[in-house]
Write a protein that binds this ligand. Structure first.
Ligand code: UT7
Length: 326
C-alpha cells in the first residue's frame, strides 16, 4: 500500500512583527537579524488565538483540497511543543473543532522535527493497513514561550500551522521513505526548562528565575543542525538508490538561511532547488515544513512525479527526512 499526500493547508496569524518593530523593543538591528538569519518578519498570534486555532484551520484547508470529509479521518497526529494545555492533547481539541469524530488523535513531541516524525508514524499506519486517511499537523505558538527580553532567541521564532492529508493509494505518487533520528546527548542545548515536572509552573521560582522560557545554545545547535540535516537527506537518497541530481526540490526546516544554505552546499544542491519562506515567518518549529509545503504546492512548484525532499532538525536533538514522489 502506498501513501499519497492528497491535500495541504496552512494557517498563520494576521499580525506581522517586523525586524524594524523589534528594533524598538530590544537591543537588535534589522541588519543583524537579516544577515545572521535571513528573517525579515514573523507572525504573532493575537489574544484568543491558540495552537489549536491555527491547527484546525490548516487541517480544514488540507481536507478541502483533498476532498475528504472530517468524519473520514482515522488518525490525527499533531506535532507541537506549544500545546494549548499540557493535557489533553491539542490533537483532541482539533478533532473536536473540525468534527473528525472517527479519528484517534494524539500530540507528538519532537520539537522542530515533529512534522517529519508525524509523517513517519502516519506512513507506517497506512502501510500496515491500520488507517486509510490521516491528518498530520504541525502547529506552534512559540511567541508564548520565548523570552521577549532575550535577543538571542526572541528574534528567531514565529507562530503558525501547516497540515497534510495522507491517504492509502495504489499509485506511484507516494511517500518513498521516511527516516527519523534522535540524539538525547544534547537535549539541554535547546529546551524549555520550565512548566514540566522539573521546574513546575506552580513553583514561583520558575517564573521569577525566567525558567519558563525557551533557551538555546545557538552556535552549537547551528553546527549540529547542518550535519544532521545532511545525514538525514543522504540516508533518504541511499535508501531509494537516488542522488542529489534526482531531487527537484528540497524543503528544509526553516530555522536559519545560513543553516539551509550550508546544508544545500554539502548536498550539492543549487539554490534553485531550495524552497524557503523563513524571511516571512521566522522559525515556526514543527509548522515550518508543512507551511512551506503548502505554499510550494499552491504556487504550483511541485510537478507530478518530481522528487521532493523534506528534511528537519530540532530540539532533543531530533532530525529526519521524508522523500516523496509527488
Ligand atoms: O529550530 C531548531 C534549530 N534551531 C536552530 O537551528 C538555530 C541555530 N542557531 C542559529 O541560527 C544561530 O546560531 C543564531 C542565529 C541563533 C545566532 O547566530 P550566530 O552567528 O551563531 O551568532 P552568535 O550566537 O555567535 O552571536 C554573535 C553575537 C553575540 O555578540 P558578541 O558576544 O559576539 O558580542 C551576540 O550577543 O551576536 C549577538 N547577538 C545579537 N546582536 C544583535 C545575538 N542576538 C542578537 C540580536 N541582535 N538579536
Amino acid at each position: 500500500m502506498n501513501v499519497r499526500i492528497t491535500g495541504t493547508g496552512s494557517s498563520l496569524p494576521g499580525k506581522i512583527l517586523t525586524n524594524a518593530e523589534l528594533e524598538t523593543l530590544i537591543d537588535t538591528t534589522d541588519e543583524w537579524i537579516t544577515t545572521r538569519t535571513g528573517i525579515k518578519e514573523r507572525r504573532i498570534a493575537a489574544d484568543g488565538e491558540y495552537t489549536s486555532t491555527f491547527a484546525a484551520e490548516a487541517a480544514r484547508r488540507a481536507l478541502a483540497m483533498a476532498g475528504v470529509e472530517p468524519e473520514e479521518i482515522d488518525l490525527i497526529i499533531l506535532g507541537t511543543v506549544t500545546p494549548d494545555f499540557p493535557f489533553p492533547s491539542t490533537a483532541c481539541i482539533v478533532q473536536d473543532l473540525i468534527g473528525a469524530t472517527n479519528a484517534t488523535a494524539f500530540d507528538l513531541s519532537a520539537a522542530c522535527s515533529g512534522f517529519i516524525f508525524g509523517l513517519s508514524i502516519a506512513e507506517k499506519y497506512i502501510r500496515s493497513g491500520a488507517a486509510k486517511k490521516i491528518l498530520v499537523i504541525g502547529s506552534e505558538i512559540l511567541s508564548r514561550i520565548v523570552d521577549w527580553q532575550d535577543r538571542n532567541t526572541c528574534v528567531l521564532f514565529g507562530d503558525g500551522a501547516g497540515a497534510v492529508v495522507l491517504e492509502a493509494s495504489e499509485g506511484d505518487h507516494s511517500l518513498l521513505s521516511t527516516h527519523t533520528f534522535s540524539n538525547g546527548t544534547y537535549w539541554n542545548l535547546l529546551y524549555q526548562p520550565g512548566s514540566g515536572s522539573r521546574n513546575p509552573a506552580t513553583d514561583s521560582r520558575t517564573i521569577d528565575e525566567r525558567r519558563i522560557y525557551l533557551t538555546m545554545e545557538g552556535n552549537d545547535v547551528f553546527k549540529h543542525a547542518v550535519r544532521a540535516m545532511e545525514e538525514a537527506a543522504v540516508k533518504a537518497l541511499d535508501a531509494n538508490g537516488l542522488t542529489t541530481s534526482d531531487i527537484s526540490l528540497l524543503i528544509p526546516h526553516q530555522a536559519n538561511q545560513r543553516i539551509i544554505d550550508a546544508t544545500a552546499k554539502r548536498l550539492g544542491l543549487d539554490s534553485g532547488r531550495l524552497f524557503t519562506n523563513l524571511h516571512r515567518y521566522g522559525n515556526t518549529s514543527s509548522a515550518s515544513i508543512p507551511i512551506a509545503l503548502d505554499e510550494a504546492n499552491r504556487q504550483g512548484v511541485l510537478k507530478p512525479d518530481s522528487k521532493l525532499m523534506l528534511v528537519a532538525f530540532g530540539g532533543g536533538f531530533t532530525y529526519g527526512s521524508a522523500l516523496i514522489n509527488w
